[in-house]
Design a protein around this ligand. Structure first.
Ligand SMILES: [Zn+2]
Length: 605
């Protein structure tokens, strides 16, 4: 690495030591090899396209599905390389153009293959069932069963064409919301603790809410929500139109409700969704105890909505270099057994990980790969304690992918989102407990770790479930014919917020506008999965630390997408259809909270 005048300056991509970058050779050794494969796409797509109008037997369907798998694998491989190269240096022209080319080609091929599901479904159910039982299709049984499951909800070819064409118009309000809030909205500066103006954006908002100065937090909260408030009628209209779209689509496809339509793909019963809301309500006294601790630890006479992110303990100064993070994660994951440990060593020795920040690199962290590549990790490691948690989290995703890819054929390897955050959260929890259990752990670090866990629980379980409840109600009101006006939404949101946060938090009137800034309300029942995964992960992590159910847990990871997600989790011993599992998770939170109360004890009145 070149000696820079400023030691902390971010290096260019070519200054990063190779050992700290990911090795993309298993995908393509040189860009020319990618070009050669890209040039083969038409040839590999041809056998798929040739089957149009010819799906008249189990053998024909098997030929189609085999050809489709070959095409998918090639596309995924090309796309993975292009997007990883793009993200190592997003400013690089060759990287940009490669990524844009494969993205365009991907969309084009998807459109060329759009006939497949409708053509399969045009056959009578009895014929499809007979095909599914045929030996030629034994390897594709799950794919075919999923197609068949959709049959009652797929309309005639003419109606489908009409719906597809109307789709763009129907989703316009979501697009309007996104452009309005991401591109056109601007927030005024707020006064900093020293009186100097601080820029306020959605990006800096969270940092301001963590500011130790209460005046900064209050100004950020009230200014941000107040700015949204000036557009509240427009935002009520975009939200209302999106809810109408979900309800319309669900009715058009013969679902009893928008909620049932959204849960259909994962085969999650409405009772699981309702059960999450019910169990969270039952646990609200626990949440209020946490909020009370927060008030006392911050030394405030009353707690306001803008005090919920202020750090209870000073952030951890402990420096965690890559080497240390790597060692911790390996030690923490020891309960997962020898094979898991060996895979972790491979992740490090085979360079699955792109560690440091460099100029132009994609921000944040993720795990990404395809069936024919290692499950790579992009990081921006800065030697902070949080970065060790990010490593544990992303390795959780990568090892899940790795185990599923090795155990499953391509068709069933890909796991659903519903399962994804379990593996990553389990690893984070294992790391937390590993660090809490280190002999001689400094009390300040201990308090920091416990607080981090309580805050994650607050943000992932209580807050996301509150959103899930509001989302359920939004769709219910629309289905009952209640107009979703700004005034109505303000009142209902305020009420719900009061239920969740209780009388211990001041009823700041600005909170009534928070629904204006939550993009998830446009995502069609997505957020509940954050809460259910976190609860499942808590239960798994506790059992794994006790040496229980390791094989069953690894079996769930290996199952990939070969089962419906609830069945896969239940097979590993955590049945989310049983309210007892959620109670177990809340009991865990109770223990952690008690630990935090103990750790903060001397400092808190
Ligand atoms: Zn994740």
């Amino acid at each position: 690495m070149s000696q820079s005048a400023e030691p902390s300056a971010v290096p260019s991509r070519n200054e990063v030591p190779e050992a700290l970058t990911w090795d993309l050779n298993p995908l393509y050794a040189v860009p020319e090899a990618w070009e050669a494969d890209f040039a083969r796409l038409d040839e590999v797509a041809a056998p798929v396209l040739a089957m149009q109008g010819r799906l008249d037997s189990a053998a024909a369907v098997a030929r189609l599905l085999d050809a489709e798998t070959a095409l998918d694998r090639l596309l995924e491989r090309l796309h993975t390389y292009a997007h990883l190269r793009h993200d190592e240096d997003t400013a690089d022209d060759a990287n940009q153009s490669r990524e844009a080319r494969i993205r365009a080609r991907y969309a084009e091929i998807a459109a060329q293959c759009a006939w497949i599901t409708p053509e399969l479904l045009s056959h009578p159910e009895a014929e499809l069932r007979a095909w599914i039982e045929a030996s030629e299709l034994a390897a594709c049984r799950r794919t075919m069963l999923k197609v068949l499951r959709n049959k009652p909800h797929v309309l005639s070819a003419a109606e489908e064409t009409l719906l597809a064409r109307a789709g763009e118009v129907l989703s316009a309000s979501e697009q309007t919301y996104s452009l309005l809030t991401n591109a056109d909205m601007a927030f005024p500066d707020i006064p900093g603790a020293d009186g100097k103006p601080l820029p306020l954006t959605e990006g800096t908002y969270r940092t301001h809410l963590e500011n130790p100065d209460r005046g900064v937090r209050k100004a950020a909260f009230e200014t941000l929500l107040g700015t949204y408030g000036k557009l509240q009628n427009t935002l009520a209209s975009t939200l209302s139109a999106t809810v109408k779209e979900h309800v319309f689509m669900a009715q058009a496809r013969h679902f009893p409700s928008a909620l049932e339509a959204a849960l259909f793909d994962d085969q999650v019963p409405v009772a699981v969704y309702e059960g999450l809301i019910g169990a969270t309500h039952d646990a609200l006294p626990l949440f209020h105890r946490y909020l009370d601790l927060r008030k006392r630890a911050l030394g405030l006479p009353d707690l306001d909505m803008y005090d919920l992110y202020a750090p209870l303990v000073p952030s951890c100064a402990e420096s965690v270099p890559m080497e240390q993070a790597r060692e911790w994660v390996q030690e923490a994951c020891r309960p997962l057994g020898a094979e898991y440990g060996a895979a972790l060593r491979t992740a490090f020795s085979s360079r699955w990980i792109d560690w440091p920040e460099n100029k132009g690199k994609h921000s944040g962290a993720y795990s990404s790969g395809c069936y024919d590549s290692p499950p790579y990790l992009l990081l921006n490691h800065h030697d902070r304690l949080d970065d060790a948690f990010t490593l544990a989290h992303e390795l959780g995703h990568s090892l899940h992918t790795w185990l599923a890819n090795r155990a499953q054929p391509h068709r069933t390897a890909h796991y659903p989102i519903f399962l994804a955050e379990i593996a990553s959260t389990v690893n984070e929890l294992l790391l937390t407990h590993h660090l809490l259990g280190r002999p001689g752990q400094a009390p300040a670090v201990r308090a920091h770790l416990l607080n981090h866990l309580c805050d994650s629980f607050k943000g992932t379980v209580f807050r996301q479930t509150m959103f899930a409840e509001f989302e359920r109600d939004l769709h219910r009101w629309e289905e009952e014919g209640t107009p979703l006006t700004a005034e109505f939404l303000r009142e209902r949101y305020c009420e719900l917020n009061r239920t969740y946060y209780g009388s211990g938090v001041a009823a700041n009137p600005a909170i009534a506008l928070e629904w204006c800034r939550i993009p998830h309300f446009y995502y069609d029942f997505y957020v509940y999965k954050y809460a259910t995964s976190f609860c499942a992960a808590l239960v798994f992590a506790r059992r794994l630390r006790a040496g229980e159910g390791v094989d069953a847990y690894l079996g769930m990871l290996r199952a990939g997408g070969s089962q419906d997600p609830l069945a896969a989790v239940a097979a590993a011993g955590v049945d989310l259809r049983d309210a007892g599992v959620l109670r177990e998770a809340f009991a865990d939170f109770d223990l952690v909270l008690a630990d935090l109360e103990g750790a903060l004890g001397p400092a808190v009145p």
